[in-house]
Design a protein around this ligand. Structure first.
Ligand code: F6P
Length: 342
């Protein structure tokens, strides 16, 4: 059997670990041959391939990024996109495809599966907001990077009696902010799921200073002020998702705090640092287990499925489970963290 592999969407620590496990198990146990498709769905769309075998996978386990390259190409948004993919898979002699990606990539996989393409999905995102799986690989690495940054910012905030606002990734979900905020001992965490009240934030900042400590805020890039509250965003500064462009929400919150409380505030945007570099041991472990299971799913002809972590087990669930509604932070989980605010 000839199996195509692709990685789509934003890169994520652990992608190479999945590829390595898929190939090792595929070659050694199932006798597969592999075709690497480059740059996400652009690969099968334009017939851009690379050799993929055990040799190409040597030494890649601890490497960030993806040896296959990635893109956000969506064949369903392009003329004849789906037919071109089907034609290229046929001419490459590919019987099945393993798509490793997030909401968009797996959304495409779901639709292709409905159209009869033999596809299996592996969920990835540092944001951890895909449904159907307890965790996605990449998330643990991102949380560790953010936590280390918060630890470091505590001491500089204290030295200068400043407010430090750390903006972390998470366009729609606050998982990275919540987990790193708890792990790093942040004093306030703002997430997209719970619009914030800037007056309450400023009151917490002031009470923190009253107890002679400098506050650290962790803010998801997708956090928004409460409608009807005293902080408003101007239409020109908002992007298609309703988030602050340029400088971002972290910068905007720092400025509001400074103006309203008179306390000096600085914003730090962690950005793509959270996505780059070597994956943690947990992410390598999870990614590897997803890869092994994806190879088995192809061997079993179990197409239209996505690998998922449930407790400590890797199971296969219908692809649609991962690409339906996003997995968001519940009010209860957020309330738990609020005990540490202020
Ligand atoms: O989906 C992961 C993510 O890292 C989001 O948190 C972030 O909003 C987005 O990707 C940014 O991706 P890019 O810069 O690649 O468009």
């Amino acid at each position: 059997m000839r199996v195509g592999v692709l990685t789509g969407g934003g890169d994520c620590p652990g992608l190479n670990a999945v590829i390595r496990a898929v190939v090792r198990k595929g070659v050694k146990v199932h006798g597969f041959e592999f075709v690497g498709y480059r740059h996400g769905w652009r690969g099968p769309l334009e017939g851009v391939t690379m050799e993929l075998g055990i040799e190409q996978c040597r030494g890649i386990l601890p490497r960030g990024g993806t040896i296959l390259g990635s893109s956000r190409t969506n064949p369903f948004k392009l003329e004849n996109g789906v037919q071109r993919i089907k034609d290229n898979l046929a001419s490459d002699g590919v019987d099945a495809l393993i798509a490793i990606g997030g909401e968009d990539t797996l959304g495409v996989a779901t639709k292709l599966a409905d159209l009869g393409v033999n596809v299996v999905g592996v969920p990835k995102t540092i944001d951890n907001d895909l449904s159907g799986t307890d965790f996605t690989f990449g998330f643990d690495t991102a949380v560790n990077i953010a936590t280390e940054a918060i630890d470091r910012l505590h001491t500089t905030a204290e030295s200068h009696h400043r407010v430090l606002v750390v903006e972390v990734m998470g366009r729609h979900a606050g998982w990275i902010a919540l987990h790193s905020g708890i792990a790093g001992g942040a004093n306030i965490v703002l997430i997209p799921e719970q619009p914030f009240d800037i007056d309450e934030v400023c009151a917490l900042v002031e009470s923190r200073f009253e107890s002679h400590y400098s506050p650290i805020l962790v803010v998801s890039e997708g956090a928004v002020p409460r409608e009807g509250g005293s902080m408003t965003l101007q239409s020109g500064e908002i992007d298609e998702f309703g988030h602050v462009r340029l400088g971002g929400i972290g910068d905007r919150v720092a400025k509001e705090i400074e103006t309203r409380t008179g306390k000096e505030a600085r914003a730090v945007v962690l950005g793509h640092v959270q996505r780059g570099g070597t994956p943690t041991a947990f992410d390598r472990w999870l990614a590897t287990r997803f890869g092994l299971q994806a190879s088995d799913a192809v061997a079993d002809g179990d197409f239209g499925t996505m690998m998922a972590l449930r407790g400590t087990k890797i199971v296969r669930v219908p692809l649609i489970e991962g690409t339906g509604a996003l997995k968001l932070v519940s009010p209860e989980e957020y309330a738990e963290a609020r005990v540490f605010f202020g």
